[in-house]
Write a new protein. Structure first.
Ligand code: DQA
Length: 147
């Protein structure tokens, strides 16, 4: 099984960015945990980060041509604003899981709205870096259930 994990804006600053909220692991350390987890599960996971909405849309559009069976997406602040990312997820017929390090519902009210929540298979929010691993697990279970 092949899964893409996409990280949105400012997640490249993990490790130093608002550590009380997001923890002290850097993005490359989180990607390392994802790679280790993928190995134990016998699946292929590739990670990608961009601060640019368009680059994330391009990546989602590329998924069907890359044999990807599911997308795990932390769209970061674009979660709350991006109709373009929502439309891209709708355009590609690939199941997606929404993840957040923090619990977005315990934070400012503008973070309570997700523009993608109703077009993804499910959402994991609030478990720190574990959110990604839980999201991958959810994506794997969803894909397997459709086979
Ligand atoms: C985030 C939550 C978003 O509201 C925020 O803009 C982020 C990170 C999270 O992982 O908790 O950048 O997606």
């Amino acid at each position: 099984m092949r899964i893409w994990v996409l990280h949105g804006p400012n997640l490249n600053l993990l490790g130093t960015r608002e550590t009380a909220l997001y923890g002290k692991l850097t993005l490359s350390e989180i990607n390392g945990e994802i790679a280790t987890f993928a190995e134990t599960q016998g699946i292929k996971v590739e990670t990608f980060q961009s601060n640019s909405e368009g680059a994330l849309v391009d990546r989602i559009q590329a998924a069907p041509h890359s044999g990807v069976e599911a997308i795990v997406l932390n769209a970061a602040a674009y979660t709350h604003t991006s109709i373009a990312i929502r439309d891209a997820l709708l355009a590609v017929n690939i199941p997606a899981v929404e993840v957040h390090l923090s619990n977005i519902y315990r934070r400012e009210s503008f973070r309570h709205q997700s523009r993608i929540a109703d077009v993804v298979v499910g959402q994991v929010s609030g478990f720190g870096p574990q959110s990604y691993l839980l999201g991958i697990r959810g994506a794997m279970a969803f894909v397997s259930s459709k086979k």
